[in-house]
Design a protein around this ligand. Structure first.
Ligand code: DGT
Length: 139
């Protein structure tokens, strides 16, 4: 049986620093299959829609500014227990709290510039994947 899916973005900070390869290597070495992947840049409208759930938070403007300042790598990943296992692999939102060996521990700078996104539920994984990819781009 195929595993279930999560959605990730390698964020602008990690792309700028040349960490795309290192992060993808760690993701695939951890048993995730890449279902879809592309480099793209979010517009302000895209980021406001993607992060609409955070629009009342004090850091919303900063978050939108950050997520649109350069390209990201968006991907859909497949594995049993994909959402939870991926959140374990990336580590805590704040890299200071992230476990040793996690992607955020290795590559993130701060709670705002935290290198990667990982969906927080199966439902959001499907919504976020569909935000970035058409059915023809999923394999
Ligand atoms: P993710 O995977 O990017 O959705 O992050 P989560 O689920 O680990 O963290 P969440 O949903 O609490 O926050 C979403 C993003 O908002 C987070 O990755 C970075 C940003 N963010 C959260 N707290 C702060 C903050 O205090 N300051 C700034 N500048 N950004 C924040």
């Amino acid at each position: 049986m195929a595993g279930n899916r999560t959605f990730t973005m390698i964020k602008p900070d990690a792309v700028e620093k040349g960490h795309i390869g290192g992060i993808i290597e760690q993701i695939t070495a951890s048993g995730f299959r890449i279902v879809a992947m592309k480099m793209t840049q979010m517009t302000k409208t895209d980021a406001e829609e993607f992060y609409a759930i955070h629009k009342e938070r004090p850091f919303f403007g900063e978050l939108v500014e950050f997520m649109t300042r350069g390209p990201i790598v968006a991907a859909i990943l497949e594995k049993d227990n994909a959402v939870d296992d991926f959140r374990t692999l990336i580590g805590a939102t704040n890299p200071e709290d992230a476990a040793e060996g996690t992607i955020r521990k290795k590559y993130a700078t701060s709670v705002g510039e935290n290198a990667v996104h990982g969906s927080d539920s199966d439902e959001n994984a499907a919504i976020e994947g569909a935000f970035h990819f058409s059915g023809r781009e999923m394999f």
